[in-house]
Design a protein around this ligand. Structure first.
Ligand code: AGP
Length: 610
């Protein structure tokens, strides 16, 4: 939800921190700030608004120093403002902290501190950290003890970094929940919320685990646990290149990522499938015997990943004949789910840091249930805490609205279903070959859909001022309808709702009036005629119908106001195709409405708060 960076070494800290914050701005962007130490003196600059405003401030009032911390914020407590922006300082402004997460007992701590005479400058929960650490230092505790004592007082989840005039050559940090990663250089070291902020400087990283405290100097990183015991650290090398974090000639990351989908699916197919029969998952870590024992799957995820989970339900029920339940993580984690020995919990997450999904994994593991995760960011917390993983290999997804990760999640589910269905003898070799041949043809079909971009942009011009939108579909098209609605609402701020097409007449159709736009997913399939009837019901009440239909279907033109024809494909793979016109429609509507497509208001790319 927020982005943290830290630097210590021979370079100008301000410059390094601003590069890091720019790469983390997708994590939260309602305010930003940095703090540095120069000749033993702390300096702080922070501003409400996008990172550009902080950069403007620093142009006029730069900070010197070779050690510093920075933060880009997604507000949890306290509105976006200069005062609530991080870094926060202690009373004497000798110490500064940046924080990602929520200090759940901050009110109690704040009362205690105010009673002791502390004066607070912000409405945030984070500010209590600066005062607490400072108090322990003033009591004479050495820095590590001051950090551990502060840590012992905190409830909630937090990644924090702190610098102080009393330890001018060290950045201290704590991880309890939101991610934190160390970047290792030569005579310099870095700290960040995720590896995107480090790529320009180093590919050598150490992922900080929960319950660890870091002391970072220019010469190295010392890690201790909550009891102060040294912890062995595992160094890894990042495979990503910084150019993958660039939007190139595209106006927005989201459009670039929409257009990347054919290549990504092609690459996954080429690297995972051979002879239209064999499928390789390097880290599945579930033996055929373990997979065979499973008779029930519970899929838990959030947002777009939850929609992919719904597609997974249809696939696993159809091709593996398993009992499948799909739940949003924020519900799953609190309902004390019934999980038996035959159950496998599956988590789906692009970021691998979604707090609710991570908590769902921990809930399952507390009941000794195996967890298989489909995750894009390798080395993320979900990646590291799951028993088995399928990496999506979609590359970094920077646009807050998930697109390529969603189709990569569906591809992973299709491949997993194929392996599993074959293992359970629900599908035979011919069935496997059919599915894989269909999947191999998807990238070319996607490129033909992307060629409709101009037509979709023209369509957007007719609808971008609509205050409401409905998306309807049946079967595999139902989760796609939900996904289309989410895309539109999160980047254009239009009230968009997705419904099972058969559900409209049970209430929602009361909302249809003249010119209400309804996007209907009417690709050829077993429920095509039923969906057409639902379209007719909407049209009879004045709704304006946009149909996503199969090439060659002319009947649809009799009931629709607008038709986007897409290539035919097997029904079970259709979510890979039908979602793309909806992604493009949402994108163009948002652009026409002047919205910040890559950084929509109120949102952040990785939801690491609950
Ligand atoms: C999708 O466009 C949204 N940004 C959001 O719903 C997202 O899918 C959700 O927060 C889950 O994120 P994850 O896949 O990283 O766990």
């Amino acid at each position: 939800m927020c982005g943290i960076v830290g630097y210590i070494g021979p370079k100008d800290a301000q410059a390094v921190l601003m590069v890091g914050l720019e790469k983390l701005e997708y994590r939260g962007y309602d305010s930003a700030g940095i703090a540095t130490l120069h000749r033993g003196e702390l300096g702080v600059r922070k501003r409400e608004g996008k990172l550009r405003r902080l950069a403007d401030l620093l142009d006029n009032q730069p900070l010197s120093g070779r050690i510093g911390i920075g933060h880009t914020r997604w507000a949890t407590h306290g509105e976006p403002s200069d005062a609530n922006a991080h870094p926060h300082t202690d009373a004497d402004e000798h110490l500064a902290i940046v924080h990602n997460g929520v200090i759940e007992n901050y009110l109690q701590l704040r009362d205690e501190l105010e009673t002791a005479g502390h004066v607070f400058r912000s409405d945030t929960d984070s500010e209590v950290l600066a005062h607490l650490i400072s108090d322990y230092l003033d009591d004479g505790l050495p820095p590590e003890r001051a950090l551990l004592s502060t840590y012992s007082r905190l409830d909630g989840y937090f990644a924090l970094a702190v610098i102080s005039e009393s330890f001018p050559e060290t950045i201290y940090a704590i991880r309890q929940g939101p991610p934190l990663v160390i970047g290792l250089g030569e005579g310099e070291n870095f700290l960040a919320s995720d590896t995107n902020a480090l790529l320009r400087f180093t590919k050598r990283v150490v992922f900080v685990e929960d319950g660890q405290v870091v002391a970072l100097t220019a010469d190295g990183a010392r890690i201790i646990d909550r009891e102060g015991r040294p912890v062995e650290r595992t160094e890894r090398t990042i495979s990503l290149g910084e150019q993958q974090l660039d939007k190139g000639d595209y106006p927005h990351f989201m459009l670039k990522e929409i257009y990347e989908q054919p290549d990504i699916i092609e690459n996954v197919f080429l690297t995972r499938v051979s002879n239209h029969r064999d499928i390789a998952f390097q880290n599945l870590r579930l033996s055929p015997q373990q997979l065979n024992k499973v008779s029930r799957v519970v899929i838990q995820a959030a947002g777009t990943s939850w929609h992919a989970g719904l597609i997974g339900k249809y696939l696993l029920e159809q091709f593996v004949r398993l009992h499948v339940e799909v739940d949003v993580s924020s519900e799953f984690r609190y309902r004390n789910p019934v999980l038996g020995g035959d159950t496998l919990v599956m988590a789906i997450s692009q970021s691998g840091e979604t707090a609710d999904t991570l908590a769902g994994i921990r809930e399952a593991k507390s009941k000794f249930i195996k967890v298989l995760s489909l995750v894009n960011v390798e080395g993320s917390t979900i990646d590291r805490e799951s028993d088995a993983v399928v990496h999506l290999h979609a590359g970094p997804e920077i646009g807050v609205a998930s697109t390529k990760a969603y189709t990569a999640e569906v591809v992973a589910l299709i491949l997993l279903t194929t392996i599993w269905g074959r293992l359970k003898y629900v599908i035979d070799d011919e069935g496997v070959r059919r599915l894989l041949t269909e999947l191999e043809a998807v990238p070319a079909k996607l490129r033909r859909i992307l060629a409709l971009d101009g037509q979709i942009r023209e369509l957007a011009k007719q609808f971008y001022e609509s205050p409401v939108f409905f998306f309807i579909g049946r079967g595999y098209n139902y989760p796609t309808a939900l996904e289309g609605a989410l895309k539109l609402k999160e980047i254009s701020y239009i009230h968009a709702t997705g419904y099972p097409a058969g559900e409209l007449k049970h209430g929602p159709i009361a909302l249809i009036e003249k010119d209400t736009p309804v996007v209907a997913l009417t690709t050829q399939g077993p429920t095509y005629q039923k969906t057409l009837s639902n379209v007719a019901e909407v049209r009879a009440r004045g709704g304006r119908i946009i149909c996503i239909a199969t090439e060659g279907d002319e009947e649809i033109t009799k009931v629709a106001d607008h038709v986007i024809h897409i290539p035919a494909c097997a029904e079970e793979l259709s979510p890979l195709l039908t979602v793309v016109p909806l992604q493009l429609l949402s994108y163009h509507i948002a652009v026409l409405r002047g919205c910040d497509v890559d950084r929509p208001r109120n949102l952040a790319k990785s939801v690491t708060v609950e």
